[in-house]
Design a protein around this ligand. Structure first.
Ligand SMILES: [Zn+2]
Length: 148
């Protein structure tokens, strides 16, 4: 499979977990190991748990680290339906995630090119490879549907 097709397969999986909690903003995240095997998946659980940090990416990173038994996620890929915020972009840098794949752009809070570019800041000691706009239309439609 070529890279773009692989990213789309993973994004469809992220889309499928995005609506797991009906009251939460539908964002889905998946973490893949270096061989492309799924380590974890999560939706946004901020409303469900009352935890301001329970964004899909944070939960997926925590679960992936638990599966691997270590905090370093070198060579792993984080796939998420929406451009990460500053918290999540910071967390994926701290986890040493190798590749970030995201769907829709988030001009109001995005920290991977929209407002900031945390994951590719040359001042940090780790930078992720980034692929944005994967299945962008479907990811954006999901968000629009929720806020309508
Ligand atoms: Zn976030």
């Amino acid at each position: 499979m070529i890279r773009r097709e692989r990213h789309e397969v993973w994004m469809r999986r992220a889309l499928s977990v995005a609506s797991s909690s009906p009251r939460d903003v539908p964002v889905g995240a998946v973490v893949l190991d270096p061989d492309g095997g799924e380590l974890s998946a999560a939706g946004n659980e901020r409303e469900l748990t009352g935890d301001p940090t329970a964004h899909a990416e944070i939960l997926a990173l925590r679960r992936a680290a638990a599966v691997r038994g270590e905090w370093r996620l070198d060579g792993c890929t984080l796939v998420v339906t929406l451009e990460p915020c500053t918290m999540c972009a910071g967390a994926l840098v701290l986890a040493r995630v190798g590749t970030l794949v995201f769907g829709a752009w988030e001009p109001k809070t995005g920290a991977v090119g929209s407002l900031w570019d945390t994951v590719r800041d040359p001042r940090l000691n780790h930078r992720a490879e980034v692929y944005g706009g994967v299945l962008e239309a479907e990811c954006a439609r999901l968000m629009r549907g929720f806020f309508r």
